[in-house]
Design a protein around this ligand. Sequence first.
Ligand code: ADP
Ligand code: MG
Length: 695
Amino acid sequence: MTDRARPQRLYLDTPVTYLKGVGPSRAEALRRLGIVTAGDLLFHVPHRYEDASTVAAIRALEPGMQGTVIGTVISKGVIPTRKGLRIFQAVLRDETGMIEVSWPGQPFLDRTIQKGDVLLVTGNVRFFHGRQLQPREFINLGDEEGATAEGRVLSVYPATEGLSFKLIRSIIDAHLDALLPLVTEYLPADALRRAGVPGIADALRMVHRPSSIAEANTGRSRLAFEELFFVQLLQQRAKELARERRAGITFVNKRSLTTKLRETLPFHLTGAQARSIREIVADMCSDRRMHRLLQGDVGSGKTIVALFAALLAIENGYQAAIMAPTELLAEQHARTMTRVLEPLGIAPILLTGSLPARERKVIAKRLESGEPVLVVGTHALVQDATVFAKLGFAAIDEQHRFGVEQRKALGAKGEAPDVLLMSATPIPRSLALTLYGDLDLSMLDERPPGRQAIATALRPESARARVLRFIDRQIEQGRQGYVVYPVIEESEKTDVKAATTMFDALSGGPFQERRLALLHGRIPADERDAIMRRFREREIDLLVATTVIEVGIDVANATVMLIEQPERFGLSQLHQLRGRVGRGADESYCILLGDVSPEAAERLQIFVRTEDGFEIAREDLRMRGMGDLFGERQSGVPTFRIADPLRDEALNERARAAANALLARDPGLEKPEHAGLRRVLGERYARSLELFRVG
Ligand code: ADP
Ligand code: MG
């Protein structure tokens, strides 16, 4: 393309092909990165930086140090080792000296790094036949740029085949000054002020051409903020619209049964329980349908909160249902509720699949009659045969154990019942709001008083005999325990075998005199429940199990848990498991056993150190990402390009507040001053069309 064909003026929507330095093949490569217009280029931000502003002199590097150097490659080559590993090595020189740099297992670098290239390398210095730098990160500055790199922060861009980050950087750099003035601010001024982040033009300059890492981070924070802000806007708006559409039952807070329960409970509610109940009661007494998530750590007392809500429905003449993922849990709930509701003259009904047909029929009759009862059950509750004439409240315990369809099915029973989902995987509030945008949220972030700490420890394989003796002494004293094995789905069979083999070894050897039972996912559900019942009745001393025992089981006499191959569990999962002990008045123990890698040990130490489920979930998220905590990617969970809702938690909280304030002022974003915002929303999020009628 000749210069004459280029338009005189540059706009943000000018195609990149019109930009100087961008020919057809580069334009094609840019398109693969999603960059079509000049504006796209401006918003193609670096994903990391190399800090050449703190470059050390090569001579100053000493073993044990960490440092960044810039040097010219004066020799290079691939050397094989005895173990078959191939190492690429280069010697770098600057005006002060030379150092060897070594990349084990990366012989291919020999093709991209040439003699005379200038490299910026960050890494640890060790002593190995002289000083050697072990690169953690590096960039090849080529031969011309090296001289000018020092003293700057280098932006590294997401690149693609045929278009290196350096080329991208030079294209952006060449046009940055012309493009920046074209950008006008689209976020409301008060949102920016609240967030404490720079305006868009400043932010873009800071991320592309930072004078320090700190400045790059400031620029990034603005872009992260706007991403979070947009997602919050869409979610809050969607939630509001859904709420308007969601007509529900208007209950009256009669304070008859609920007050009686409060008076007869053997304990005082925690502050968090009282607050959650207030939030739920407010929802139920409004004319909208409740759609709320109750989050609380293991043992934080979620059941009783659900019970208050159920009683509110019942005292209004409605039916209430509480659904649990296993028969065992349903039975357990029914038993506790029978006990606490006895003084109120209410007897909950238990409905599970294993009930004899005759009894099921009797229950079905009662439900169809509209009698205001409390029914506790498994997914039998959502089967077609179960008809509620007047369901007013539905709670779903351990909600992540149910499929979306099952959760929906319970809410579809009766006449638009208020729905409470309960979850024991606590995650920070702002993150929960981001992930479950369409739910309201109550948090049980407080433990009932008087709980014993569970002594937790990580022990090496060499301590096995001692650990087993310790468990045996607990049994000797009349206590019970669990031994838990990991299950990995792909090889469930071998895992079951591992548990089985171990079960044989334990029951044959160290626990010959004890009553052991084996529990895993291949055992049919009814047998599994039978085993758990025997465990509860103290007919079994030690339960050797895979993670099937994870969910809500409450056996107060179980005081010790041994977890094998602990490195194969997520921290949150370990925390759920540990929640099976420490449920009574006796001192309880959780022992992680195995020789784990130093990294695994460091991760597990977090679990050993704290019993705070929120802190543990946060660490889990930080280290393993969200996918791990939530299984496969949940639909509707937003994805982020720049922001990380967890790492940027404080920013996310400000984004939420700002979105809230904006929607309160202008719910449909219809005011003229929000036109820019509507435009950008429309460009970036297809969903915004239905929510704000933008475009
Ligand atoms: P989770 O939140 O894990 O489902 P549960 O509802 O099973 O917890 O409660 C765990 C135990 O704590 C139960 O035995 C319950 O009776 C007891 N509990 C609940 N609330 C309180 C409280 N405020 N004070 C003392 N104990 C409580
Ligand atoms: Mg529970």
